[in-house]
Design a protein around this ligand. Structure first.
Ligand code: GLA
Length: 348
């Protein structure tokens, strides 16, 4: 196991951005960067033992800063959407940045994604990224100290540990927004890759992609991923939910959530033989099928076309500040918001 630190480049404002390369005994390699505390490469062996980069995104500062759809990055402090671009805590209303259609907030306006975090090697197989935000930035309350630690294990798993503490009561809900393609970056779309999600219900959304508050059974609908099925099988189904979002882009409510680390989803490519198992301590997972990707050039200048990657974003349900029946992610001052998500790989 080893970790190497290099300079990736500089932001437009002249800040240095380091890249950390973790390599384990099997040759699996993960590259992590200080910009967005993100993942820019995961090289895993396929069934023939050949290494494939299973992440879709950028590895240059220009793409990361100017063309990003959150590829590989941490989104937060509140990932996903907040309706109306505001919320209330203890009777005080906090108007937030409205970066989606001028009427709602998505991924906290990109705050965590477009921040240079401070990265530090921990031993020979982990890197911790830290960042303390200013209270009130983008209207969002709380000076939150966030630490995200990535650990690569010898059994080809990448563990993400999140630990956040605010000086005021606030909502805390960060996620990692990696786009995966289990045949490798640049190999086409992900429609034949098979997905299982351990969720009997999901949160339907309105035309603005905001949850209606309902927890709807997946049974008998295109949202039933309880047994493995190709992502593309039902994605063009004419139901209202898929029309609202232009393809899967929904939060699934994980069965049996109790805060312990449980398997949330399994994705497999029959072609490469690579399987990704996602486990998390969190109650939800956003399955986003890359519907908005529109040919923007990524690594090696290869265009990222519609559905060339999928995201499995572990999270509290979207818009929880407006849904009292959803599990709460409102944390008291000084309380640690802790969670863990694991991306484990194998090939057969
Ligand atoms: C999340 C959202 C999607 C989309 C992507 C970024 O996954 O749910 O609707 O906005 O982020 O493009």
């Amino acid at each position: 196991m080893s970790v190497q630190k290099d300079l990736l480049g500089k932001t437009d404002s002249g800040q240095n951005v380091s890249v950390f390369t973790l390599t384990n005994r099997n040759g699996m390699q993960v590259q992590l960067i200080e910009y967005g505390a993100g993942i820019i490469r995961i090289l895993v062996p396929d069934k023939a033992g050949m290494l494939r980069d299973v992440t879709v995104g950028f590895d240059d500062m220009d793409g990361l800063q100017h063309r990003s759809d959150y590829q590989g990055a941490i989104a937060g402090p509140y990932a996903n959407r907040i309706s109306g671009g505001s919320f209330v805590i203890d009777g005080n209303e906090y108007p937030l940045v409205k970066n989606e259609d001028g009427i709602k907030t998505l991924h906290s306006g990109g705050e965590y994604t477009h921040t240079v975090w401070q990265g530090k090697e921990i031993g020979e197989n982990a890197v911790c990224f830290s960042y303390t935000r200013a209270d009130g930035l983008n209207g969002y309350p709380g000076s939150i100290r966030a630490e995200i630690t990535y650990t690569l294990t010898e059994d080809n798993a990448l563990r993400l540990h999140y630990s956040c503490v605010s000086d005021r009561k606030t909502y805390i809900n960060p996620t990692n927004h990696t786009y995966f393609n289990l045949n490798g970056f640049g190999s086409g779309d992900i429609l034949s890759q098979e997905l299982t999600i351990f969720a009997s219900t999901f949160t339907p959304v309105d035309k603005l992609s905001i949850p209606t508050g309902e927890l709807r059974p997946v049974e008998g609908s295109p949202f039933d991923f309880r047994s493995a099925k190709p992502i593309g099988r039902d994605i063009e189904h004419s139901c209202e939910q898929l029309k609202n979002t232009g393809g899967f882009d929904h939060n699934f409510c994980l069965d049996g959530w109790d805060g312990s680390l449980r398997t949330a989803a399994v994705a497999k490519s029959p072609e490469s033989g690579i399987t990704l198992t996602v486990s998390t301590t969190l109650p939800g997972i956003q399955f986003y099928a890359g519907n908005f990707l529109s040919g923007i050039p990524g690594k090696d200048g290869i265009p990222m076309n519609k559905r060339c990657g999928f995201c499995l974003e572990t999270q509290y349900y979207p818009d929880t500040p407006h849904q009292s029946s959803f599990p709460s992610c409102l944390f008291a001052a000084g309380e640690t918001a802790e969670s863990e998500t694991v991306f484990a790989f194998r090939a057969d």
